[in-house]
Design a protein around this ligand. Sequence first.
Ligand code: MN
Length: 202
Amino acid sequence: MSFLLPKLSYGYDALEPVIDAKTMEIHHSKHHAGYTNKLNAALEKHPDLDSMSIEKLLTGLDDVPEDIRTAVRNNGGGYYNHSLYWEVMAPGGASKPSEELSKMINQTFSSLEELQELFSKEAVGRFGSGWAWLVSDANKDLEILSTSNQDSPISLGLTPILGIDVWEHAYYLNYQNNRAEYVKAWWDIINWDVVSQNYKNV
Ligand code: MN
Protein backbone atom coordinates (compact mmCIF):
# COMPACT_ATOMS: atom_id res chain seq x y z
CA MET A 1 0.00 0.00 0.00
CA SER A 2 1.30 3.44 -0.75
CA PHE A 3 0.15 6.84 0.36
CA LEU A 4 -2.01 8.82 -2.03
CA LEU A 5 -1.93 12.54 -2.57
CA PRO A 6 -5.24 13.68 -1.05
CA LYS A 7 -7.63 15.42 -3.41
CA LEU A 8 -8.65 18.93 -2.42
CA SER A 9 -12.32 19.35 -1.64
CA TYR A 10 -12.27 22.68 -3.48
CA GLY A 11 -10.72 24.21 -6.59
CA TYR A 12 -7.27 25.75 -6.78
CA ASP A 13 -8.87 29.19 -7.14
CA ALA A 14 -11.25 28.78 -4.18
CA LEU A 15 -9.03 30.60 -1.68
CA GLU A 16 -8.38 33.65 -3.82
CA PRO A 17 -7.48 36.40 -3.25
CA VAL A 18 -5.75 35.25 -0.06
CA ILE A 19 -3.94 32.40 -1.82
CA ASP A 20 -3.77 32.56 -5.61
CA ALA A 21 -4.64 29.60 -7.84
CA LYS A 22 -1.12 29.21 -9.22
CA THR A 23 0.39 28.94 -5.74
CA MET A 24 -2.24 26.37 -4.77
CA GLU A 25 -1.68 24.33 -7.90
CA ILE A 26 2.10 24.20 -7.56
CA HIS A 27 1.90 23.65 -3.81
CA HIS A 28 -0.50 20.73 -4.10
CA SER A 29 0.44 19.08 -7.40
CA LYS A 30 4.21 19.55 -7.11
CA HIS A 31 5.28 20.05 -3.48
CA HIS A 32 2.74 17.87 -1.70
CA ALA A 33 2.93 15.30 -4.49
CA GLY A 34 6.71 15.33 -4.14
CA TYR A 35 6.60 14.59 -0.41
CA THR A 36 4.09 11.82 -1.06
CA ASN A 37 6.20 10.17 -3.77
CA LYS A 38 9.40 10.39 -1.76
CA LEU A 39 7.67 8.96 1.31
CA ASN A 40 6.45 6.02 -0.76
CA ALA A 41 9.89 5.53 -2.30
CA ALA A 42 11.48 5.37 1.15
CA LEU A 43 8.89 2.90 2.45
CA GLU A 44 9.39 0.60 -0.53
CA LYS A 45 12.72 -0.36 1.03
CA HIS A 46 10.91 -1.72 4.08
CA PRO A 47 7.81 -3.68 3.06
CA ASP A 48 7.30 -4.64 6.73
CA LEU A 49 6.14 -1.05 7.36
CA ASP A 50 3.53 -1.38 4.65
CA SER A 51 0.46 -1.35 6.84
CA MET A 52 1.51 1.50 9.12
CA SER A 53 -0.51 4.70 9.17
CA ILE A 54 1.22 8.03 8.72
CA GLU A 55 0.31 8.90 12.32
CA LYS A 56 1.99 5.74 13.57
CA LEU A 57 5.12 6.36 11.51
CA LEU A 58 5.48 9.94 12.73
CA THR A 59 4.73 9.26 16.39
CA GLY A 60 7.24 6.42 16.38
CA LEU A 61 10.11 7.84 14.35
CA ASP A 62 12.64 6.17 16.64
CA ASP A 63 11.24 2.81 15.58
CA VAL A 64 11.58 3.59 11.87
CA PRO A 65 14.68 1.93 10.39
CA GLU A 66 17.61 4.29 10.45
CA ASP A 67 18.28 4.22 6.70
CA ILE A 68 14.89 5.78 5.96
CA ARG A 69 14.24 7.68 9.21
CA THR A 70 15.21 11.09 7.88
CA ALA A 71 13.25 10.53 4.68
CA VAL A 72 10.15 9.54 6.66
CA ARG A 73 10.56 12.46 9.05
CA ASN A 74 10.84 14.99 6.20
CA ASN A 75 8.56 13.52 3.57
CA GLY A 76 6.13 11.83 5.92
CA GLY A 77 5.92 15.09 7.84
CA GLY A 78 5.35 16.93 4.58
CA TYR A 79 2.67 14.46 3.57
CA TYR A 80 0.84 14.74 6.91
CA ASN A 81 1.25 18.49 7.50
CA HIS A 82 -0.04 19.49 4.08
CA SER A 83 -3.07 17.21 4.36
CA LEU A 84 -4.10 19.14 7.48
CA TYR A 85 -3.28 22.51 5.92
CA TRP A 86 -5.66 22.01 2.95
CA GLU A 87 -8.45 20.98 5.26
CA VAL A 88 -8.29 23.83 7.75
CA MET A 89 -8.36 26.29 4.86
CA ALA A 90 -11.44 24.87 3.15
CA PRO A 91 -13.75 27.68 2.06
CA GLY A 92 -17.10 28.12 3.78
CA GLY A 93 -17.85 26.72 7.20
CA ALA A 94 -18.02 28.53 10.49
CA SER A 95 -16.20 31.82 10.87
CA LYS A 96 -15.69 31.23 14.60
CA PRO A 97 -14.59 28.27 16.72
CA SER A 98 -17.19 25.96 18.26
CA GLU A 99 -18.41 26.59 21.79
CA GLU A 100 -16.14 23.86 23.14
CA LEU A 101 -13.05 25.24 21.41
CA SER A 102 -13.93 28.88 22.14
CA LYS A 103 -14.16 28.11 25.81
CA MET A 104 -10.69 26.60 25.84
CA ILE A 105 -9.26 29.39 23.70
CA ASN A 106 -10.63 32.01 26.09
CA GLN A 107 -9.36 30.09 29.08
CA THR A 108 -5.87 29.68 27.60
CA PHE A 109 -5.28 32.85 25.61
CA SER A 110 -8.06 35.10 26.99
CA SER A 111 -9.59 35.67 23.54
CA LEU A 112 -9.53 34.51 19.93
CA GLU A 113 -7.88 37.80 18.96
CA GLU A 114 -5.09 37.17 21.45
CA LEU A 115 -4.62 33.63 20.13
CA GLN A 116 -4.39 35.00 16.59
CA GLU A 117 -1.80 37.55 17.64
CA LEU A 118 0.39 35.01 19.42
CA PHE A 119 0.04 32.46 16.63
CA SER A 120 0.88 35.06 13.97
CA LYS A 121 3.94 36.14 15.91
CA GLU A 122 5.09 32.54 16.07
CA ALA A 123 4.47 32.06 12.33
CA VAL A 124 6.24 35.25 11.31
CA GLY A 125 9.12 34.65 13.74
CA ARG A 126 9.89 31.08 12.71
CA PHE A 127 13.36 31.36 11.18
CA GLY A 128 13.65 29.78 7.73
CA SER A 129 11.19 27.17 6.56
CA GLY A 130 8.63 25.62 8.83
CA TRP A 131 5.17 25.72 10.31
CA ALA A 132 3.23 27.38 13.12
CA TRP A 133 0.63 25.37 14.98
CA LEU A 134 -2.21 25.39 17.40
CA VAL A 135 -1.95 22.04 19.13
CA SER A 136 -3.76 20.10 21.81
CA ASP A 137 -2.21 17.71 24.27
CA ALA A 138 -3.97 14.57 25.48
CA ASN A 139 -5.68 16.58 28.25
CA LYS A 140 -7.11 18.91 25.61
CA ASP A 141 -4.92 21.79 26.75
CA LEU A 142 -4.00 24.16 23.93
CA GLU A 143 -0.58 25.48 22.99
CA ILE A 144 0.97 27.50 20.17
CA LEU A 145 4.29 26.38 18.78
CA SER A 146 6.30 26.29 15.59
CA THR A 147 8.41 23.58 13.98
CA SER A 148 11.19 23.71 11.41
CA ASN A 149 11.18 22.14 7.97
CA GLN A 150 8.46 19.44 7.87
CA ASP A 151 8.66 18.40 11.50
CA SER A 152 5.19 17.75 12.83
CA PRO A 153 3.81 18.27 16.35
CA ILE A 154 2.42 14.75 16.17
CA SER A 155 6.01 13.50 16.60
CA LEU A 156 6.07 15.39 19.93
CA GLY A 157 2.95 13.58 21.13
CA LEU A 158 0.73 16.57 20.38
CA THR A 159 -2.26 16.84 18.08
CA PRO A 160 -2.18 19.72 15.60
CA ILE A 161 -5.63 21.22 15.11
CA LEU A 162 -4.60 24.25 13.04
CA GLY A 163 -1.40 24.82 11.09
CA ILE A 164 0.09 27.31 8.67
CA ASP A 165 2.82 26.53 6.19
CA VAL A 166 5.40 29.34 6.26
CA TRP A 167 7.76 27.90 3.65
CA GLU A 168 8.25 30.51 0.94
CA HIS A 169 6.62 28.18 -1.61
CA ALA A 170 3.33 28.74 0.26
CA TYR A 171 3.19 32.48 -0.38
CA TYR A 172 6.03 33.81 -2.50
CA LEU A 173 4.14 34.38 -5.80
CA ASN A 174 1.56 36.60 -4.17
CA TYR A 175 3.39 38.08 -1.20
CA GLN A 176 7.06 37.78 -2.22
CA ASN A 177 9.12 38.02 0.98
CA ASN A 178 6.28 39.51 3.02
CA ARG A 179 5.39 36.58 5.22
CA ALA A 180 3.58 38.81 7.71
CA GLU A 181 1.04 39.91 5.07
CA TYR A 182 0.34 36.29 4.13
CA VAL A 183 -0.16 35.30 7.77
CA LYS A 184 -2.45 38.25 8.39
CA ALA A 185 -4.63 37.52 5.35
CA TRP A 186 -4.68 33.77 6.05
CA TRP A 187 -7.07 34.13 8.99
CA ASP A 188 -9.83 35.03 6.53
CA ILE A 189 -9.85 31.56 4.95
CA ILE A 190 -9.84 29.38 8.06
CA ASN A 191 -12.68 26.90 8.24
CA TRP A 192 -13.40 26.84 11.96
CA ASP A 193 -15.78 23.89 11.56
CA VAL A 194 -12.79 21.76 10.61
CA VAL A 195 -10.54 23.17 13.34
CA SER A 196 -13.27 22.66 15.96
CA GLN A 197 -13.80 19.10 14.76
CA ASN A 198 -10.04 18.46 14.96
CA TYR A 199 -10.16 19.60 18.57
CA LYS A 200 -13.25 17.54 19.33
CA ASN A 201 -11.51 14.44 17.98
CA VAL A 202 -8.51 14.75 20.31
MN1 MN B 1 4.31 23.50 1.74
